[in-house]
Design a protein around this ligand. Structure first.
Ligand SMILES: [Zn+2]
Length: 372
């Protein structure tokens, strides 16, 4: 049983939830069992074999919506470089706790769980808390996408995403639109290219048009402008044949105020007869920093970040983009103990001091929301 947030982080690190393949089930069941012991009403959702997600509630009234605390259970692969620490045992060195997921974001999940433990039995008759632990976040927020299509999430009046921010409250992040553009041609023998249509040439001509693509969007005062990157190119099967297929993979990051549909229609014009296959479509997340609850979050975090927090946004995507499809309009902050720069790194670690601080922060957020 976890005595404190560091011990609980270590317990979560021991579950191998490297995605792919994910296998979040055991980790999810462990977290769910703890929440159940503490008095939460726990439900599980599996969108695929062993891809388990947890939705747990305590308190709640008819009139007031609960505070949502959310985090993901999967972690990214270890990478090609060798680790000097065991990625799954939670080795400590000074203030550092090492392990895959120590920053991103099992520390955040552990701190949320322990904050919940402190309040579990005090939430009756208050707006309450809903804990959402997702699977499959690291491969395009797949788990939360499935969850948003169920009835399990219920309602939430505000949301905290425990991704790594060194306990600095971020008020949003860019959106993401990813697709493959597939170009078709006509194959012919490599010695008679005039008899074919070269799909690689089509793709190659499209790439400079993408490189100089103008979104025509207003830059966001905090996030700046949208970006576009061509990340992959594939085509042809043999050097002595005219290729009849080629495709490029495109990653677009959008800012609030942009319509993904409009971007796609602009791109269809630029890419002409290419077929666009969108595989990730997540809107930006943004809450006005002046929003009343956000101001209270800033006030709570102030002693831990050493200054009055300002409007900053996270460089990465989060499950909030999907969860807000259900929790529409809920003010949202990204706030967790992990180090942003440590996410996905070899020898990933987290400050143990920050993990303990984040328990205090999450407790203060629950106390504030539930007046408990
Ligand atoms: Zn993460």
């Amino acid at each position: 049983m976890a005595r404190d947030a560091v011990a609980l982080t270590r317990a979560l690190l021991r579950f191998d939830t490297v995605n792919p393949p994910g296998r979040e089930r055991d980790c999810a069941r462990h977290a769910g069992a703890l929440l159940k012991d503490w008095g939460f009403r726990v439900e599980y959702h599996e969108y695929d074999e062993r891809r388990t997600q947890v939705i747990a509630r305590a308190g709640g009234t008819r009139e007031e919506k609960p505070l949502c605390l959310t985090g993901h259970l999967d972690v990214v692969p270890l990478g090609a470089r060798a680790w000097t620490r065991d990625p799954f045992s939670g080795e400590a060195d000074g203030d550092r706790l090492y392990g895959r997921g120590s920053s991103d974001m099992k520390s955040g999940v552990a701190a949320m769980l322990l904050a919940c433990k402190a309040f579990a039995r005090k939430l009756q008759g208050t707006p309450g808390v809903v804990v959402v632990l997702t699977a499959g976040e690291e491969a395009g927020c797949i788990g939360s996408k499935h969850l948003a299509q169920t009835q399990l999430l219920g309602k939430a009046g505000a949301m905290v995403v425990g991704e790594p921010t060194s306990n600095y409250p971020f008020v949003g992040h860019k959106g993401s639109l990813k697709f493959h553009a597939r170009f078709r041609g006509v194959s012919a023998h490599g010695s008679m290219p005039h008899l074919g249509v070269n799909a690689i040439y089509k793709a190659a001509k499209a790439i400079p048009r993408l490189e100089s693509f103008e979104f025509g969007a207003q830059p966001h005062p905090v996030m700046g402008g949208p970006t576009l990157n061509v990340g992959t190119i594939e085509g042809g099967s043999s050097v002595n044949a005219v290729p009849d297929a080629a495709s490029i993979g495109v990653d677009i990051r959008t800012v609030p105020g942009m319509s993904h549909e409009k971007v796609l229609s602009q791109l269809r014009t630029v890419l002409q007869d290419a077929e666009l296959e969108v595989f990730s479509d997540l809107p930006p997340v943004w809450t006005e920093p002046e929003q009343e609850w956000v101001q209270r979050v800033f006030e709570i975090c102030k002693p831990y970040v050493g200054e009055a927090p300002g409007a900053r946004t996270a460089p990465y995507m989060t499950d909030a983009a999907n969860l807000l499809k259900v929790y529409a309009g809920a003010p949202t902050v990204v706030l967790g103990p992990g180090e942003t720069a440590m996410a996905h790194q070899t020898d990933e670690y987290c400050s143990m001091e920050r993990i303990r601080q984040s328990v205090a922060i999450y407790e203060a957020l629950i106390r504030d929301w539930c007046r408990a």
